[in-house]
Design a protein around this ligand. Sequence first.
Ligand SMILES: [Cu+2]
Length: 274
Amino acid sequence: MNRTVDRLWSLFFLMVPVLGVGVFVWAMADIYPMQGHWLPENVDEQGGIIDGLFLFILALTGIIFVGTGVALFVFLWRYAASVRSESVAYTHGSHTLEVVWSIIPAATLLFIAIYQMNAWADAKLRRPSVVIDGKREPRPPIAEVTGRQFEWRIRYAGADGAVGTKDDLFTVNELRLPANEEIVLSIKTEDVLHSFFLPNLRIKQDVVPGMKQLVWFRPTRTGSYDIVCAELCGWGHYKMRGRLELMTREAFDAWYRVEFAQQETSSFEPPAAE
Ligand SMILES: [Cu+2]
């Protein structure tokens, strides 16, 4: 085979790790035209831990990705047919090598599983609590979010802290929450599988038909952020998005009073409670 062609193929394969890493570094550096393509602004108290895990796993897999890419290049370069004339020698492999490359990934995966346990428990198992009448109880959801093709319907619990009562407030695709407080949301779907995704709070939870699930987080600042459906749920999936408005407690309470009064006097018929 032509030596130049062999060399070109080697270099072509070397482009995989070079461009792969380059694109990531480019996005991380936030340089044109890759601005805003790295992680969105984090406004959650636990978000840094999630980002840390993400970056740790990215670095680990990145090293392996570059290592295998470079090894592929070296082998293509050194053992090209045009460079070496010896015939191929077959071996039955190396038992030691196989044991080593089985144990190292197994140990690495086990390490990640143990290392992330606390983050997982905080995100999915340890629901925030609240003290009611001197007793510590699980914090009730401030609102219930219902996904349906293709919108998010929100029902706020109101002053009594319970969803499904007379003082509930209803909004569509507009979720307002007080910042700097533990927030618990109940999420469910009316039809198909959706995924409730708050990129800036590092929250992403599948919403499974027939299940009532909870998500919790603690926003660290006020502002306007995206609510996205992260599960292809039908033809209108792309437009199934809402706004998350994080406000001060005072602004939230004031907004709630005004909205609730308007709802009372309007002819708006809230959907029946189950
Ligand atoms: Cu959806």
